[in-house]
Design a binder for this molecule. Structure first.
Ligand code: COI
Length: 358
């Protein structure tokens, strides 16, 4: 179905004031945003307009009890300048899975498709062409009821903003395996992309930074033994004869980059195991020379190579100069994203001129 989006354009773009060769992650916003309201029954007031502040009541339920979910996706462009999306259908699927878990309304997939295409087409001059850069797209859904009783909101707002971004991690990351705090428990909300998961990570992450590490490696909440994920990424371990990544059994985010890498690795003949993997297994594999690489995957991070893991006072140092799989995956996904590598899986969605946007 074709929806009627009300489009108001900015009088003068702010793009000329931005230094695209030096883009920090998450600080520069493009000219326009999409906003819609859920009135308890359906999504209404579908609007693309100049980015502006929201006026929100202090009793807003999202602020008090955390009904807030989001996604992170990227637009790049091909040599001819056509904007390209990467597996957008996976993002709306995951957003709606987060919505169900957080007792929020789903957002129609066909409306999402129309909104993202229209907005990205309007913001196409904001897509950076520098290596490792992209237009980061941030869909966000928040509760909008004004009430202090603990309950699901009836009203919601859905927003999409766009940000030109450079690489999330400019250098290899060191990890501290966390032995006191946990990110997610069985039956909890670890699989949802919801604000509280990130809020809960801040204090342990601050302590890890103070101890000299870049990120936390989360372990399971029962035995502090099995690896879950890392900071804002999923994690992969490359052994001599296989590649292992923690299985998504409800406590970790179902990463779209993770899923992409598993498929690419399988297609290239690597054996990838999705299973429980303990921190002890990593230490033993390092001792026996079996462990070759550790890297994180995520939309924002793409591939982040790990150069150190510490756990209970013992450490592993890894030399990223020897890495082969992580740089291969990075080059492959970037090649897909700028169309210098053939897209055999139909993951790239070109955004052409829409009739509704002239
Ligand atoms: C992403 O990888 O897109 C994320 O959402 C991670 C982060 C910036 C919160």
């Amino acid at each position: 179905m074709q929806y009627n989006l009300n489009i108001q354009r900015i009088a003068e773009s702010n793009r000329m004031n931005i230094d695209f060769s030096n883009l920090p992650f998450g600080k520069v916003f493009s000219d326009h945003m999409f906003v819609a309201d859920y009135d308890g029954t359906e999504w209404t007031n579908l609007e693309i307009k100049p980015l502006e502040n929201l006026s929100v009541h202090p009793g807003n339920l999202a602020w008090h009890y955390g009904q807030s979910i989001f996604e992170g996706m990227k637009a790049t462009k091909g040599a001819d300048g056509t904007p390209l999306l990467f597996r957008p259908e996976m993002h709306i699927e995951r957003l709606n899975a987060s919505a169900r878990r957080m007792c929020m309304p789903e957002f129609p997939a066909d409306l999402f498709d129309q909104v993202i295409r229209t907005l990205v087409h309007m913001e196409k001059d904001w897509i950076p062409s520098e290596d490792g850069s992209a237009l980061y797209i941030r869909p966000l859904m928040i509760a909008m009821d004004e009430a202090l009783g603990v309950r699901a909101s009836l009203k919601y707002k859905f927003i999409v903003m766009c940000l030109p971004v450079g690489p999330y991690y400019a250098k290899p990351v060191s990890l501290l395996a966390e032995t006191k705090f946990v990110r997610a428990v069985d039956g909890g909300v670890g699989e949802a992309k919801t604000a509280g998961n990130y809020a809960a990570s801040l204090y342990p992450a601050m302590l890890a930074k103070q101890a000299g590490f870049d990120q936390i490696m989360w372990l399971d909440a029962k035995e502090y033994k099995y690896i879950q994920e890392v900071g804002t990424m999923n994690i992969f371990f490359v052994f001599k004869d296989k590649i292992v990544t923690p299985a998504t059994t409800g406590t970790i985010l179902k990463g779209i980059t993770r899923n992409t890498f598993i498929k690419l690795l399988n297609a290239k003949g690597y054996e990838v195991e999705e299973r429980l993997i303990s921190i002890d297994e990593i230490y033993e594999a390092e001792k026996s020379g079996e462990l070759l690489e550790v890297f994180g995957s995520g939309t924002a991070a793409v591939v982040a190579v790990v150069n150190k893991i510490s756990h209970n006072g013992r450490s592993i140092e890894l030399n990223q100069e020897d890495y082969k799989v992580a740089p291969m995956l990075k080059a492959h996904i970037e090649g897909l994203r700028n169309r210098t590598i053939a897209d055999e899986n139909g993951w790239i969605v070109p955004v052409n001129m829409l009739e509704s946007v002239s």
